[in-house]
Ligand binder design. Structure first.
Ligand code: PEP
Ligand code: MG
Length: 568
């Protein structure tokens, strides 16, 4: 039998189904034992939860990294929030048992967070739900299934995975992950990708279809799950899995090699990050620096913007960890799909064409100069460049430069150390920046082509709207022409040109980008080795010959087909 779900983490996993079911958390039979006794039971459960979760966070930190661990630390903060516990105690005072108090208060927060538009807030609903279930299982004395002791070759199947469920999980025992709910940004997806496990999510009714022990073939690239396939299918998938593993082993050879084209030209291969906590992952994947630090994430989920000192420490931390490797810090890219609650923005009719990124920052010199000052101060500790997002005319660059120079003057007056020649670059992510690339190139030190936005604005197709996703493709000839124009103008002016949009991480695009003269690729850490391998397979000359052919094509399908046929 074949089921389909969301392909969330690539690769093929074959193994025996292990169902990770939640214990029965019904508390209908629990008798109310008086206000004082129930409050004491609640306090005991909260203390046990806190101790258990703190220990889990530590274990997870060493196992899979900070991001997953922080979700658990966040739960400890939530459960120790005096307002939340006072709400639970108030419920007990109304005559209900501790279980019902936990259930109703957590349930209220789950409902509140799930109704919010913001994806991060909806994610928080899952954290509170996890907290609700674990507090109930402590109160009821019904522990959860232990994932620590699963046998090798297990395919884990659950309604959804939370970080707390995966503590102690041994990567080498897990063949793949399958869930009944959760999407591409869920904890399950992030966990699977972090652990490089094949995963298919949101497979309808999968928990009911299985009883445990069935042989499952999980194809995390296509999103299919086969239940008890026949011998021939199993043999075919094993062969595919073997090829994939061989490819993986081949990729590992590129860990110790510099990034060179086939004719020995060096290209820079960096990574995109959102926090200094991502830097160890960059280094682990042999990224050569940071080509894009998206600083807007520092402004999210908080009630006031980060101060200059706080930002300085963050940029300094990233620069120090990179030990002299380059880091490009992009100034605040607010707006569009990135809503930042701590800033005084108003809802707009058309946020993607509105008051965003550099436009907003130039109207808030206080905020912009605070960030510039923090970046400048950090520039004394590493090789930092500044990148301006969403530029669409020269006036924006000139105004930003004035503010940068004013900030430099102030710091110099104060005797603060910084790099006076800090390079200033622009994102080329609007069609206007492409048409103006010759002029822009004369006034900045480098370009970084942002294909995510450049695709949506060139094709006039929302990058988040699945109905127009056929247009939102970097294989569209219109977009290729735009990239080519921007890169050519950078080359003509003798400035560096990089790319930090998703197209830089697709090996199919590599020969085209080499042909256009790209100096730097900035990709997600997991794309470093595939792109280094792809770069090593082309001379610029060969890449140019293929680009000549591709640039004569008329549709995105033709482009993709031609690139696939020539992949090396
Ligand atoms: C881009 O637009 O390509 C880009 C890298 O920026 P972001 O994805 O942050 O908008
Ligand atoms: Mg962008």
């Amino acid at each position: 039998m074949k089921c389909e779900g969301i392909p969330a983490s690539g690769g093929i996993g074959i193994g025996a189904a292990v169902l990770v079911a939640e214990p029965d958390l019904g508390y209908g039979n629990v008798v109310f034992s008086g206000v004082a006794a129930e409050k004491a039971r609640l306090a005991g459960a909260v203390a046990a939860f806190t101790a258990e979760t703190t220990a889990m966070a530590e274990e997870l930190r060493s196992q899979v990294g900070d991001t997953q661990a922080e979700i658990l630390s966040g739960q400890v903060m939530m459960v120790s929030d005096p307002y939340m516990t006072s709400q639970m105690n108030a419920a007990i005072e109304n005559g209900v048992c501790a279980e019902a108090a936990v259930d109703s208060v957590c349930g209220m927060y789950v409902e509140l967070f799930s109704s919010m538009e913001d994806e991060l807030m909806r994610q928080r609903a899952l954290d509170v739900e996890d907290m609700r279930r674990r507090l109930l299982s402590i109160l009821l004395g019904r522990p959860r299934a232990e994932l620590k002791r699963i046998p090798p070759g297990s395919v884990l199947v659950a309604r959804d995975f939370t970080p707390s469920m995966t503590v102690g999980l041994r990567r080498e025992n897990v063949a793949a992950i399958v869930t009944e709910s959760g999407g591409i940004t869920s904890h399950s997806a992030i966990l699977a990708r972090t652990m490089s496990l094949p995963a298919v999510l949101s497979v309808p009714n999968i928990m009911d279809l299985l009883s445990g022990g069935e042989t499952l073939v999980v194809d995390g690239s296509s999103g299919s799950v086969l239940i008890n396939p026949d011998d021939e299918t199993l043999r075919n998938y094993r062969a595919l899995q073997g090829e994939a593993l061989a490819r993986q082993a081949d990729l590992l050879r590129f860990r110790t090699r510099p990034t060179h084209t086939a004719d020995g030209e060096t290209v820079s291969l960096c990574c995109n990050i959102t926090s200094p906590r991502d830097v160890p992952n960059v280094l682990e994947h042999t990224g050569e620096g940071v080509g894009l630090f998206r600083t807007e994430f520092l402004f999210m989920n908080r009630s006031t913007p980060p101060s200059e000192e706080e930002q300085f420490r963050i940029y300094q931390d990233a620069a120090r960890q990179l030990e002299g490797r380059e880091i490009i810090i992009r100034t605040l890219d607010i707006g569009g799909d990135k809503d930042i609650a701590c800033l005084d923005t108003e809802p707009e009719e058309n946020p993607f064409l509105g008051f965003r990124a550099i436009r907003y920052c130039l109207s808030r010199p206080d905020l912009f100069k605070t960030q510039l000052s923090a970046i400048l101060r950090a520039s004394a500790y590493g090789s930092i460049r500044i990148l301006l997002p969403f530029v669409s005319c020269l006036d924006e660059v000139r105004s930003a430069r004035v503010m940068l120079e004013e900030t430099k003057c102030r710091l110099a007056d104060e005797g603060v150390a910084f790099n006076r020649d800090i390079p200033l670059g622009v994102m080329v992510e609007t069609p206007a920046a492409v048409f103006l690339a010759d002029k822009l190139a004369r006034e900045v030190d480098f370009f970084s082509i942002g294909t995510n936005d450049l695709t949506q604005y060139t094709l006039a197709a929302d990058r988040g709207n699945s109905k127009v996703s056929y247009l939102c493709s970097y294989f569209q000839p219109a977009l290729l022409r735009a990239i080519h124009m921007a890169a050519s103008q950078a080359k003509r002016a003798g400035i560096l040109v990089g790319m930090c949009g998703e197209a830089a991480g697709d090996p199919l695009m590599t020969p085209l980008l080499l042909a256009f003269g790209l100096d730097e690729f900035s990709v997600s850490p997991t794309a470093v080795l595939p792109i280094r391998q792809a770069i090593s397979r082309w001379t610029r000359e060969e890449a140019r010959a293929l680009a000549d052919q591709v640039m004569g094509l008329s549709t995105a399908d033709e482009v993709r087909t031609c690139l696939k046929a020539n992949v090396r």
